[in-house]
Design a protein around this ligand. Structure first.
Ligand SMILES: Nc1ncnc2c1ncn2[C@@H]1O[C@H](COP(=O)(O)OP(=O)(O)O)[C@@H](O)[C@H]1O
Ligand SMILES: [Mg+2]
Length: 306
């Protein structure tokens, strides 16, 4: 059966956009089939299977006129969209999916097609984490080019925000915890680093491939210290980690493996990871939350006892 010409937007993607962006999100989703159709035409692409999606992107498998398999990746343009383009160009396929073309108007990317299996399908956690660490090591070995957000600016913004955010937490123990994360960032903020970070390298963002066994997708690059890039890996398949009863044990094992593979100073890497917990918490508090995410509290505890 041939793939229909009109793009079906998965309900989960529509719900995610309505939740995250309200009317803007709903309007963007409504316009998505027409945008996809115009790009399929302009780039002479034939659809080749049902659409995929994550939280942010609609991903259409396609075949180019010359027979190459690719995917069309559509996403509401944000600051990170420009950063993703810089990252894809700078990494130029090394450890990362290749960029084939892009549409500046809509921020749509035409990417090399990778496999359907992600690292989340690799059950042995050491094996999955070793693959992720190997890719992350290559990605963060690249100096950041001009034009990316910097961890120095992000850290300064967080330190500005933290006192007020702490006041919004209901539990005094959680307020102390959040202030502690901010202190850890304050100690490191003077040396924010200059590598190109992926920012979101977790198991679902590493796909099986042909020209290399595994490649990364979905970068939201910034310039900074590689220690700030460990959290998505430490947090990967968290529900499983909790279900197996050992968040502390698993986090410490993953942290040891990652810091060893990347040759990172453990103290600094732990501090920057608390910085990621702070960044997430500040977003949650801005969205109206008055409590910390239990997973973040568990991870901070695991790092403290490492
Ligand atoms: N180059 C690709 N080849 C094959 N599948 C892809 C590719 N890029 C993305 N996908 C699929 O689409 C999903 C969403 O894409 P992703 O870039 O991770 O966006 P999101 O920000 O929504 O997570 C991925 O989890 C993967 O299943
Ligand atoms: Mg993704």
């Amino acid at each position: 059966m041939s793939t229909p010409r009109t793009v079906e937007v998965p309900a989960s993607l529509a719900a995610s956009y309505a939740g995250a962006f309200g009317d803007t999100g709903t309007a963007w989703i409504a316009a998505l089939p027409a945008l996809a159709a115009s790009l399929l035409d302009r780039w002479e692409l034939r659809r080749d299977g049902p659409p995929g999606s994550g939280e942010a992107a609609l991903v259409l498998p396609v075949v180019r006129a010359d027979g190459t398999r690719a995917v069309l990746r559509l996403q509401l343009p944000r600051e990170e969209t420009a950063a993703a383009l810089i990252g894809l160009r700078t990494w130029n396929g090394a450890g990362m999916v290749r960029l084939l073309d892009h549409d500046p108007g809509s921020g749509t990317l035409l990417l090399e097609r990778l496999g359907s299996r992600s690292l989340a399908s690799v059950e042995d956690d050491d094996e999955a984490m070793r693959v992720l660490a190997g890719i992350l090591r290559r990605l963060v070995s690249v100096p950041a080019p001009e034009g990316l957000r910097s961890l120095g600016d992000i850290a300064a913004g967080m330190l500005d925000e933290a006192p007020r955010a702490a006041g919004a937490l209901a539990d005094p123990a959680e307020r102390r915890l959040l202030r502690g994360w901010a202190s850890a960032v304050a100690e490191l903020a003077g040396e924010p680093g200059d590598r190109m970070l992926h920012w979101d390298l977790h198991y679902d963002n590493v796909l099986a491939a042909e020209r290399e066994p595994w490649l990364a997708i979905d970068p939201e690059p910034l310039a900074g210290d590689p220690g700030f890039d460990l959290w998505p890996a430490l947090d990967s398949r968290w529900d499983d980690v909790v279900a197996k009863g050992g968040p502390s044990r698993v986090v410490r094992r993953r942290f040891d493996l990652l810091t060893e593979a990347l040759g990172l100073d453990r103290e600094r890497a732990a501090g920057w990871t608390l910085g990621r917990l702070l960044q997430n918490a500040l977003w949650d508090i801005e969205d109206g939350s008055a409590a910390l995410d239990p997973a973040a509290v568990a991870m901070a505890e695991a790092l403290r006892g490492r």
